[in-house]
Write a protein that binds this ligand. Structure first.
Ligand SMILES: Nc1ncnc2c1ncn2[C@@H]1O[C@H](COP(=O)(O)OP(=O)(O)OP(=O)(O)O)[C@@H](O)[C@H]1O
Ligand SMILES: [Mg+2]
Length: 388
């Protein structure tokens, strides 16, 4: 690909995965008239409403990914669970893949990812890898505390594949790991933050302001978040530096979200890196000068990185399916939401609702953090669906 793209860029981007992240990535490219072809196994996927073309196929299917690559100038992905071997082959044949297939291979397997942090001196929760479920009882013994965290090496997402388990339940056989896993020290009462880091094709790096995330204890999904996080400017810059180092060690262009834990002893740990736009960056669409999605488009097109500063304090509330909900649905408080100043509703074009399924999100903006907290409290009450 030409390193010095000038707008208008006549490039076609190939996107593996057509979920909501893909939809918002394509939406952000619209002012620049970029063309997107999406690979997804469902022709009615969220991104289908905005993509120029959808190829129907499995994200694991080498042939389908090769076909996508042939049609496009640059390839990217919006989900980690894809065929990275074929991406590596495509990259080695000279096609631009962003982030690099090599970086994806490190991240795809939580065991390799943790070993990578250890090798590069990146702080992370203590762990051991346990590839044989029958060895689990022995593997958890050295960990202090009553509980450990068991993470499946591959295939987990949105908290699925992650279990906080008592060591007794492992010893008694009540809990059995379904496959090769990482055993991690359980840190109680952590604060969870995220930093979005963008790396362009020349290696220039920018970070977004620190974001504090609040999780739903049942679903393990981000329920809402605030930007800026309620920390001091010093901590904001310290945590951003940790996130930047972790991403730079990957030596790949792309847009990454670094999930951080801050422990009760104020230790900062890297939990994981997502090599793509992230739920914790959705508020940047309205809340920052350059959204995470525009930023990734800039990187894919070889354009300069955009400014990451906040326009105003912002909060993001996930719109998820409620307990017992299924089939067609609509927002219950549309009028209230759309009448409120600084409230933006995003719906992901998913035909069917399910409990905890991410159906959309709401961004709330306000002049001050205090005003934002108050407004977000009110808007959260309206973030519900009703059956159609
Ligand atoms: N070592 C730990 N100590 C305490 N809590 C943890 C630990 N590891 C994970 N958790 C909790 O479990 C959640 C999910 O873990 P993790 O982010 O590793 O999994 P995931 O399935 O990749 O999640 P997601 O896709 O939602 O980011 C974390 O956000 C955190 O709340
Ligand atoms: Mg996570």
């Amino acid at each position: 690909m030409n390193e010095n793209v000038k707008l208008p860029a006549e490039l076609r981007i190939g996107l593996v995965g057509g979920g909501q992240l893909g939809k918002m990535l394509i939406e952000a490219s619209r002012p620049w008239n970029v063309k997107y072809t999406v690979l997804e196994n469902d022709l009615h996927c969220p991104a289908s409403s905005v993509a120029d073309k959808v190829i129907e196929g499995s994200l694991k299917d080498a042939e389908a990914i090769r076909k996508l690559a042939q049609e496009c100038d640059v390839l990217t992905f919006e989900i980690e669970h894809i065929n990275s071997d074929v991406l590596l082959e495509i990259e080695e044949s000279g096609k631009t893949v962003i982030p690099s297939a090599r970086a994806l291979k490190i991240i795809q397997d939580k065991g390799i990812q943790k070993l990578f942090y250890r090798k590069h001196g990146i702080p992370t929760a203590d762990f051991v890898i346990c590839d044989s479920p029958s060895d689990l009882a022995k593997a958890v013994q050295p960990f202090a505390g009553e509980k450990v965290v068991i993470k499946q090496r591959t295939g987990g997402y949105d908290g699925k594949g992650v279990d906080v388990v008592s060591k007794n339940d492992i010893a008694s056989g009540k809990f059995q790991s379904p496959g090769p896993c990482v055993v991690e020290h359980f840190h109680a009462n952590i604060a969870e933050y995220s930093v979005i880091v963008a790396v362009d094709r020349k290696g220039n790096v920018v970070t977004y302001p620190l974001i504090e995330m609040y999780f739903n204890p049942q679903s393990n999904l981000v329920e809402f978040l605030f930007s800026p996080a309620g920390t001091t400017a010093d901590l904001d810059s310290d945590y951003r530096a940790v996130a930047m180092c972790a991403v730079q060690a990957l030596q790949s262009p792309g847009l990454f979200a670094v999930e951080l834990f801050v422990t009760q002893n104020a230790e900062v740990l890297v939990n994981e890196i997502a090599p793509r736009p992230h739920n914790s960056g959705h508020h940047t669409i309205e809340g920052n000068y350059t959204s995470q999605f525009e930023q990734l488009n800039r990187i894919l097109l070889g354009l300069p990185l955009g400014n990451t500063e906040m326009v105003q304090p912002a909060a993001m509330i996930n719109l998820v399916g409620g307990e017992g909900q299924s089939g067609k649905c609509k927002l219950k408080f549309t009028d209230q939401l759309l009448s409120e100043r600084g409230v933006y509703v995003h719906l992901y074009n998913k035909a069917e609702i399910r409990p905890h399924r991410k159906m959309g999100h709401i961004t709330v903006m306000a002049d001050s953090l205090q005003a934002l907290l108050e407004k977000t409290g009110k808007v959260r009450e309206w973030a519900v669906f009703e059956q159609d």
